[in-house]
Design a protein around this ligand. Structure first.
Ligand SMILES: Cc1cc2nc3c(=O)[nH]c(=O)nc-3n(C[C@H](O)[C@H](O)[C@H](O)COP(=O)(O)O)c2cc1C
Length: 178
C-alpha cells in the first residue's frame, strides 16, 4: 500500500516537518511539500491549470492509497497553503472528474501541529467532511505540538498510536479486498 504525506506548512523544515519526520521513521511515506509548489487559488474560470495542482493530484489519484495531510495550526485552523489545496480539489469535481473519481475509496488521515497541547474545537471537521464528500475513508487524526523546539514524549506516543491506527486500517483494507 503506497502512502503519501501532504505537508502544508509555510516552512519546510520546522515544526510540522519534525512531526512528519517522526512519522516517517515508523512508516514509509513519500512527501509533497506544498510550500515548494505553485498552487494558485481556486478559479471559477479554471484559468490556473498550468500550475502544479493538477500534476500533484493526478499522481496521488494514480499511485497512493493512504493520504496523510500534515498542517500547522494557523489561527485555529489549517494553514492557508493547505486550505488552497483543498479549495482546488473542487477542480476534481468540475473539470477533472476522472481524477476525482479515482480518489473514491482512498484513505485519509490528518496531523495538526500547534504550539499548544490544546486541540482547537472542530479543527478536523473540514477534513472529515471533505473525505466524506469525496468518497474517501477518514481514518482519524492527531493533534501534535512543539514546545521549545522539541517533540515531547506525549507527542511521540500519539504518533506511535497513530501509526498503529494506520496499520490496522491497511490490514482491514487488504482483508476486505480479498
Ligand atoms: C500565522 C500563525 C498563526 C498561528 N496560530 C496558532 C493557533 O491558532 N494556535 C496554536 O496553537 N498555534 C498557532 N500558531 C503556532 C504554530 O501553530 C506552531 O508554532 C506550529 O508548530 C508551527 O508549525 P510550522 O513550523 O510547521 O509552521 C500560529 C503560528 C503562525 C505563524
Amino acid at each position: 500500500m503506497k502512502r503519501i504525506i501532504i505537508q502544508g506548512s509555510s516552512r519546510s523544515k520546522e515544526n510540522t516537518n519534525k512531526v512528519v519526520r517522526l512519522l516517517m521513521k515508523e512508516l514509509e511515506f513519500d512527501v509533497v511539500d506544498l510550500s515548494l509548489k505553485k498552487i494558485e487559488y481556486f478559479d471559477y474560470e479554471f484559468k490556473n491549470q498550468k500550475d502544479d495542482f493538477l500534476s500533484i493530484i493526478k499522481q496521488i489519484a494514480e499511485e497512493y492509497e493512504l493520504i496523510v495531510f500534515a498542517t500547522p495550526v494557523y489561527w485555529y485552523s489549517m494553514s492557508g497553503i493547505m486550505k488552497t489545496f483543498f479549495d482546488r480539489l473542487s477542480d476534481c469535481l468540475k473539470i477533472e472528474k476522472e481524477t476525482g473519481r479515482k480518489l473514491i475509496g482512498k484513505n485519509m488521515a490528518v496531523i495538526s501541529c500547534g504550539s499548544d497541547e490544546t486541540e482547537t474545537e472542530g479543527f478536523f471537521t473540514p477534513f472529515r467532511n471533505s473525505a466524506e464528500y469525496l468518497g474517501m475513508t477518514y481514518l482519524g487524526n492527531i493533534h501534535t505540538w512543539i514546545e521549545d523546539e522539541l517533540v515531547s514524549n506525549k507527542v511521540e506516543t500519539r504518533i506511535q498510536n497513530f501509526v498503529k491506527l494506520l496499520l490496522e486500517a491497511e490490514t482491514n483494507t487488504v482483508i476486505n479486498n480479498m
